[in-house]
Design a protein around this ligand. Structure first.
Ligand code: SF4
Length: 324
């Protein structure tokens, strides 16, 4: 776990306003043109617009290119183990519900080794924003097929093309009990990306955002047709969905009305591979969070819990030898 030095907190407090620079951590080491840079910019903009206190904000990641995210935020951060970002984030949230918790995962990280944690994090529905940076490849380990690599796509572990059909992170998430927020977006349209992440942040439970993310180093051609032709995207529109500035909304020639409260419609929409639906697929603010369910069961304060635990541990203490 790493965090902030006291100097930067004092400086920010004096100005009483958190500007973009407040959130800018170390210089990004992602490749030039990597879509992760766009996600970072959108998240820093969100933090500024929501005026999130850096000392109350934590970014948690696993392993992979996307997992470098916490290093580039001047907030608290935890760069953990492969696939284990979500349980760490849940641990942070359960102990410190006052913190703003964000999770950054790659597709290998979340949908492969971390898949069990992903499913249970959806079910627990604890308030946090989980961003899936989906570039369809293991980038950090140099171009191995991931669970979202398209069928037939040539990688270093599948030189004749990926044999399996990919996991669809949207339908998977929408199939889990207690799902409460699922959105799909792309990193190359900044207003769309920002509006989606902001809607996720404002959701009261577990908000899952799948972000199609370019990896110019290993999967240069994967999203290029979608970048060049906005007709390959389908903007989901609804008063309860994301709202884009008029000049950005004009980019989209393909739009459709979609009510995010309709789970069946969301599942049907999530199956659609082209044009790619972007916006909020599903949102249900009424799903209870784990914290809400657990609160009435808490009978003891943290101090009392500590005392009880210590008295239990004392039972295993080794008595000093008797004085002769
Ligand atoms: Fe980004 Fe791909 Fe480079 Fe990783 S390998 S930093 S995902 S461009």
């Amino acid at each position: 776990m790493f965090g902030l030095d006291s100097h930067c907190l004092i400086a920010d407090r004096e100005e009483d306003y958190y500007d973009l620079e407040t959130y800018q951590g170390s210089l990004s080491r992602w490749c030039s043109g990597c879509g992760d840079n766009a996600i970072l910019s959108a998240v820093q903009r969100l933090c500024r617009d929501e005026q999130l206190s850096p000392e109350k904000t934590v970014f948690v990641s696993g392993i992979g290119c996307a997992a470098r995210f916490p290093h580039y935020m001047k907030t608290y951060g935890f760069h953990g183990l492969h696939g284990r970002a979500l349980p760490v984030a849940q641990g942070v949230k359960i102990r410190r519900p006052d913190l703003h918790v964000f999770v950054n995962m790659g597709d290998g990280d979340c949908c492969s080794i971390g898949a069990a944690h992903w499913i249970h994090a959806i079910r627990y529905n604890m308030k946090m924003v989980a961003m899936l940076h989906d570039n369809g490849i293991y980038g950090l380990t140099k171009m191995q097929a991931s669970p979202t690599t398209p069928e037939g796509y040539k990688t270093r572990t599948t030189p004749r093309g990926a044999l399996l059909r990919p996991i669809n992170p949207l339908t998977t998430t929408l199939g889990v009990t207690n799902v409460s927020f699922v959105a799909n977006t792309v990193e190359w349209i900044p207003d769309l990306l920002y509006a989606t992440i902001r809607a996720a942040y404002q959701h009261r439970g577990f908000a899952f955002v799948r972000i199609l993310q370019r990896c110019p180093h290993f999967t240069k051609d994967l999203f290029e047709p979608f970048v060049r032709d906005p007709n390959k995207l389908l903007l989901l529109q609804h008063p309860d969905g994301i709202q884009l500035p008029a000049e950005t909304a004009r980019i989209f020639k393909n739009t459709t009305a979609h009510d995010p409260s309709d789970l069946d419609a969301a599942r049907e929409m999530a199956e659609q591979l082209e044009p790619v639906p972007v916006g909020i697929l599903y949102q249900d603010e009424s799903v209870p969070t784990y914290d809400e369910l657990r609160r009435p069961l808490r009978r003891h304060s943290p101090d009392v819990v500590r005392q009880l635990l210590e008295s239990e541990f004392d039972k295993f203490g080794i008595a000093p030898p008797k004085a002769r």
